[in-house]
Design a protein around this ligand. Structure first.
Ligand SMILES: *Cc1c(COP(=O)(O)O)cnc(C)c1O
Length: 375
């Protein structure tokens, strides 16, 4: 039986999530966006970090607007937030699910004419006005009403009967590239659409958009990634505090000789004598396989290379530069930390920080710093 051994010691790796850093990132974003309100995007379980924990902490910071992607995510989050917090569902109501939104106190983002019609019919059925956000497409061709549908809206005085439009929103495709001219084009399209509509509050900026000019802020900004420490502007100094620390545990270490191989398909061959440590984190934990022979780990501030292919449950490190007693079984190595943040890990995996975070696996022992006390 494992009853006497604490879960932290049983686990193969420890994921520490610093909610004080999330709060501090929220305050920075809110200050930059003022006088616009600042929401928090907590879709996909707050980018893998725990929507209930993150949203509760940000509620205490004064955040009252939360975004999730799916209806199901909204239903799961609702019990963790007081009713004065609005939970918006970005994908809107799949036809026939409208009643689940009102039952659970969720507000849809209406992305299409059929979604508008479904919500309007639901309002008529209940005999009351229902809140919603309406999304318009300004160039991503992903979600939101196309220009022809906006025309249909304007031509029909009853288009939104029974619907109280809290915000008209759109989403930026290239906001992480400050110099990309598509940002200004989307802004101009959004302003043109707003000019044709009856006066309404508006929302355009994601994390990166907050760091473009204030003309992108409108009445509500919608940061996600920056809350979690991901850099909002590619190639610029990251103003956000790191939130995540991932520590893997060494299972065993060995010394190998010149020409010896490491891991599946023998993807690494030692050039001289080399000390190898095996760590119990693998691609099944979201440690992306594209980091084979690429990544690194940090041991007491020293960067050590990842060698060989990433296995399902383990990786191998060249720890020749580290004292043997420091890499004994049970020792911890940093895989994500302040010296090697999520964005650096993502670069080595040829992806973005968002994918690294949202892949963080379910086998980690999770520790939260600065947890909100239950209200
Ligand atoms: C995910 C998402 C956001 C948050 O984007 P970040 O880049 O993580 O800040 C905002 N708005 C919409 C519509 C989204 O889908």
């Amino acid at each position: 039986m494992s009853m006497g051994v604490p879960a932290k010691e049983r686990s193969g790796a420890i994921l520490t999530i610093d909610l004080d850093a999330v709060r501090s990132n929220y305050r920075l974003l809110r200050a930059r966006a003022l006088p616009a309100a600042c929401s928090a995007v907590v879709k996909s379980d707050a980018y893998g970090l725990g929507a209930a924990q993150v949203a509760s902490a940000l509620y205490q910071e004064g955040c009252r607007h939360f975004f999730v992607a799916h209806l199901e995510e909204g239903i799961s989050l609702r019990p963790h937030l007081a009713l004065d917090a609005a939970i918006f569902v970005l994908h809107g109501p799949p036809v026939g699910t409208e009643a689940a939104f009102t039952e659970h106190g969720l507000i849809p983002v209406l992305n299409s004419v059929p979604q508008v019609q479904g919500w309007r019919a639901h309002a008529a059925m209940l005999g009351r006005t229902l809140d919603a956000i309406v999304q318009v497409d300004t160039g991503m061709s992903r979600m939101g009403m196309a220009p022809q549908e906006v025309d249909q809206w304007l031509a029909d005085a009853h288009f939104l009967d029974g619907v109280n439009v809290l915000y008209v929103m759109s989403h930026l495709a290239c906001a992480d590239e400050r110099a990309n001219p598509f940002n200004a084009l989307q802004l101009a399209r959004f302003q043109a659409i707003l000019a044709r509509l009856p006066a309404c509050r508006a929302s355009l900026a994601n994390s990166s958009g907050v760091f473009l000019s204030p003309s992108y802020h409108f009445d509500l900004v919608r940061p996600g990634a920056a809350l979690y420490g991901i850099t909002p502007q590619a190639g610029e100094v990251n103003p956000m505090r790191p939130v995540v620390r991932l520590q893997g545990k060494i299972i065993q270490s060995r010394t190998i000789g010149d020409g010896d191989h490491v891991g599946y398909s023998l993807r690494y061959t030692a050039q001289g004598v080399c000390r190898v440590a095996t760590v119990s984190v693998g691609y099944a934990d979201g440690w992306l396989r594209s980091m084979s022979n690429q990544g690194l780990a940090v041991i007491d501030g020293v960067k050590v290379p990842q060698i060989g292919a990433i296995s399902m449950d383990s990786i191998t490190l060249d720890v020749s530069a580290i004292a043997p007693e420091r890499v004994a079984p049970g020792s911890l190595v940093d895989l994500i930390c302040a010296e090697h943040p999520v964005d650096a890990v993502a670069a080595m995996a040829q992806t973005i920080g968002y994918e690294v975070l949202t892949n963080l696996g379910g086998r980690y022992y999770r520790e939260y710093r600065g947890l909100a006390r239950p209200a």
